[in-house]
Design a protein around this ligand. Structure first.
Ligand SMILES: CC(C)(COP(=O)(O)OP(=O)(O)OC[C@H]1O[C@@H](n2cnc3c(N)ncnc32)[C@H](O)[C@@H]1OP(=O)(O)O)[C@@H](O)C(=O)NCCC(=O)NCCS
Length: 225
């Protein structure tokens, strides 16, 4: 994994699943039980890669040994890693196609990766699923880029759902408005990934160390509503 500057309070990484070592020995009992219930091979690989990558980030962020960080689902569905000296880190994981993303911080965060190339009626979906202002942004001036904007809006809202612990809830997606803003005011960030998007929801003023992602292409957002 590439190294990143220590000037951050969120650590985020996006990697091909096959590049994450299959260290199943790092998993704890709760994770092994969960893995045992997953029949699909690709889904097992996604699960393992996400939980290994989260530990690699925890070690980078706070030190210790990867197997010394213990996964736990806490209150409000928040995923956590408990480590040396009672240290508690929040984590979020997302997978799409052959890629995995994870983030670690000391406060709740959410990550979502949307890469599906499936063509859909983006205008209709945006009108039905998003707030009027978010749908208007997705629709834009014309069809060009509409699929990318839809995936970006969806990824931002799903990342926020993971941060809050609500998950994907239609009523929340309909209510929340996304406003583009300056980086310093952002409580969420999005990066283009191929034809899709990776989004991170956190808090205003967060300093993100993003591995494998270009800051130049990043877009800053805030939620209202
Ligand atoms: C949780 C949920 C957001 C996952 O989304 P997804 O697109 O299937 O999958 P992603 O790869 O992006 O994310 C999966 C990861 O999110 C994490 N996760 C799951 N539920 C979570 C929650 N409530 N809050 C935060 N993180 C959650 C897990 O770590 C999971 O990875 P893992 O199982 O490998 O550890 C989504 O399934 C959900 O909200 N479900 C409940 C509500 C629902 O079904 N609504 C549908 C009505 S429209």
């Amino acid at each position: 994994m590439p190294h990143v500057s220590l000037d951050h309070d969120v650590l985020l990484a996006l990697l091909p699943i096959e590049s994450v070592p299959a260290m199943s020995a790092w998993l704890g009992g709760e994770e092994r039980d969960r893995l045992a219930t997953i029949a699909s091979g690709p889904r097992r690989a996604q699960f393992l890669a996400g939980h290994v990558l989260a530990r690699q980030l925890a070690v980078e962020f706070a030190g210790g040994e990867a197997e010394g960080w213990h996964f736990h689902v806490g209150a409000q569905q928040h995923r956590e890693l408990l480590g040396p000296g009672g240290r508690r880190l929040c984590l979020s994981i997302s997978h799409s196609q052959d890629q995995v993303a994870a983030a670690i911080a000391e406060r709740p965060i959410g990550v979502d990766l949307e890469l599906s190339p499936e063509p859909r009626d983006w205008a209709d979906l945006a009108r039905r699923l998003f707030s009027p202002s978010t749908a208007a942004w997705v629709l834009g001036e014309g069809e060009a880029g509409r699929d990318r904007r839809f995936r970006e809006a969806w990824a931002l809202l799903e990342a926020q759902g993971k941060r809050s612990g609500d998950g994907v809830q239609r009523a929340v997606f309909r209510r929340l408005c996304l406003d583009s803003c300056e980086g310093a005011d952002a409580d969420a960030l999005a990066w283009p990934v191929g034809e899709g998007s990776l989004a991170l929801a956190g808090w205003r003023g967060m300093r993100v160390g993003a591995m494998g992602l270009s800051t130049a292409a990043m877009r800053a957002w805030t939620f209202s509503g």
